[in-house]
Write a protein of this length. Structure first.
Length: 316
């Protein structure tokens, strides 16, 4: 039987970013240096495939530091942690390695600097997301106000409208965040923003590629985990940019083929914590069903690399 023709648009950049790459490398190098088990507080990155593969190598994933023994190394996830977590590890004389993405650490430093200058902090982010919890936890409880939507801006109560600053979660939608920032600036004209946008280069680049690809596609798949903020934003961005159907899939087995019935073009991208092997798996699933012609939609070239902490580079 002849396969129907399909144009497959592949977004570039897509998949792993430098912060995710570094975090995974930190767990692997820690296992090499100290042997198994190495404990990891929270998922090192939001991807089940990655977490399961590291678990097979000897990583033990826990929710809280209290679940870790004193005599084994613990790694903090790429999303960052409140200041109380490393303080608790130090009090127990634990070996710990912080895998927080350097771009998230930059936001932590910004928040502390603004607080030191007497400014009240407002954070644009998603309640309960590990990165938001970590950033808000850089300052004493109650010192950071959280806004998730433009509507929230109208409701917040501040100490002094002349002494405010804002930071943002690094994995948000560029467009949504711009609307919230505009609302903050309209209500609080004196509010201070970051020197450079907090939304990370990888999030921005992946969203730009989706915007370029979406109008060409009958449908779009984003390879990523349901708890991955940047992956979910890619689905939203694709829909807004004109793609009639966008779906988040963890891997090829999640594809809803009935929803794709009759398409002649598909766009494929991946969130920053999705490995290339899962993208290849999805492409292979389409090749099995369609006569595929591939086209790359490249909007940026990434060559960022972050060093791992010195403790892992030094010999044992």
């Amino acid at each position: 039987m002849t396969k129907p023709p399909l144009t497959l648009y592949l977004a570039a950049p897509r998949g792993f970013c430098a912060g995710v790459d570094r975090a995974i490398k930190i767990v692997e190098m820690a296992l090499e240096k100290w042997g198994a088990p190495v404990f990891v507080r929270h998922e090192i990155v939001h991807n089940k495939f990655v977490v399961d593969s590291l678990r097979e190598k000897g990583a033990v994933f826990v929710e809280e530091l209290t679940e870790c023994p004193d005599d084994r190394p613990v790694i903090f996830s790429a999303h960052g942690v409140p200041k109380s977590v490393p303080s608790a590890a130090q009090a127990r004389n634990m070996i710990y390695v912080d895998a927080t993405c350097p771009l998230v650490s930059k936001v932590h430093i910004e928040a502390q600097r603004h607080a030191d200058n007497g400014l009240q902090m407002i954070m644009i982010g998603h309640a309960g997301h590990p990165e938001t919890v970590g950033t808000m936890g850089q300052l004493p409880e109650g010192d950071v106000l959280l806004v998730e939507t433009v509507e929230d801006v109208a409701c917040i109560s501040v100490r002094d409208p002349q002494r405010l600053a804002y930071v943002t979660q690094t994995t948000l939608s560029v467009d949504d965040t711009a609307d919230i920032v505009a609302a903050l600036q309209a209500r609080f004209p004196a509010i201070v923003g970051p020197h450079k946008e907090d939304i990370c280069y990888a999030t921005t680049n992946r969203q730009h590629a989706v915007k370029a690809m979406a109008p060409k596609c009958d449908a779009m798949l984003v390879v990523g985990a349901p708890n991955s903020s940047n992956s979910r934003r890619l689905v939203e961005v694709g829909t807004r940019a004109g793609c009639p159907y966008a779906q988040l899939v963890q891997r090829a087995t999640d594809i809803d083929w009935r929803a794709l019935d009759g398409i002649t073009s598909i766009g494929i991208t991946a969130g920053a914590s999705a490995p290339e092997v899962l993208i290849d798996e999805v492409i292979d699933a389409f090749r099995a069903r369609y006569d595929v012609t591939s086209q790359m939609v490249e909007t940026a070239v990434e060559n960022v690399e972050f060093k791992v902490p010195r403790v892992l580079r030094a010999s044992a």
